[in-house]
Design a protein around this ligand. Structure first.
Ligand SMILES: Cc1cc2nc3c(=O)[nH]c(=O)nc-3n(C[C@H](O)[C@H](O)[C@H](O)COP(=O)(O)OP(=O)(O)OC[C@H]3O[C@@H](n4cnc5c(N)ncnc54)[C@H](O)[C@@H]3O)c2cc1C
Length: 185
């Protein structure tokens, strides 16, 4: 029986769920509501892709990683946007830049009933406010990783913003680097 990673290390990023070619992985909430994978052994073909995509087991190697770490500080020039953000609004500046180029933005949004948080993909500035601010609960990425892969394969530009675990999971899921993908964690 395949064990993707110890439950205590699992961040519920959904890379295993997204990469499974047999749709054998389901993400099930634990007693505290955190998602963890459950494998349908009847569907599993032991291909090991779920373990290779798991950011709890390895970190993605990135060709474009800077030789030295560089640090910049930035804040949005528009005070209203700064006030509507959790910190300085850098996310909004990056997202607006992507949308102006005709690209897509994938980030965390409250559900309509405010009982949960999901990553959603938007394409217009009007939808951007719902992606602003930190939501202090696990965001569920659902089928976003697969949707991002589809968009990248179509030649579209995509910005993904999420936790470091989700971002590492996305890069491991994609398995190769795409010039048109910008990730922010
Ligand atoms: C859950 C959480 C806890 C944080 N805790 C701290 C902290 O203790 N100290 C600190 O200095 N900074 C913390 N931050 C970072 C900080 O609050 C800002 O989110 C960050 O600096 C970006 O600010 P911003 O104004 O550019 O964008 P904002 O508009 O405030 O941030 C929006 C971005 O955060 C992402 N996001 C929001 N909630 C979630 C979530 N639940 N899961 C994944 N992505 C999410 C969205 O996808 C969006 O891209 C935390 C962020 C998050 C998401």
């Amino acid at each position: 029986m395949i064990d993707i990673c110890p439950t205590t290390d699992c961040t519920g990023c959904s890379a295993c769920f997204s990469i499974c070619p047999r749709h054998a992985v389901t993400l099930i909430p634990d007693q505290e509501g955190f998602l963890h994978p459950q494998i349908d052994q009847d569907l599993c073909i032991d291909c090991d892709l779920c373990r290779k995509a798991c950011p709890a087991r390895q970190t993605p190697s990135r060709k474009d990683r800077l030789p030295e770490e560089l640090f910049f500080a930035a804040y949005h020039r528009d005070e209203d946007i700064r006030m509507a953000s959790s910190s300085g609004g850098a996310f909004s500046a990056l997202a607006s830049w992507m949308l102006k180029q005709g690209g897509y933005v994938c980030a965390a949004s409250y559900d309509d009933d405010f009982k949960g948080v999901h990553h959603v993909i938007i394409r217009s500035e009007e939808e951007l406010p719902r992606l602003r601010t930190s939501k202090y609960t696990q965001s569920r990425t659902g089928t976003c990783f697969r949707d991002i892969l589809r968009l990248l394969k179509q030649g579209e530009k995509v910005l993904f913003a999420g936790t470091p675990c989700q971002t590492a999971g996305l890069h491991l899921f994609l398995r190769k680097e795409y010039d048109k993908l910008l990730t922010v964690d």
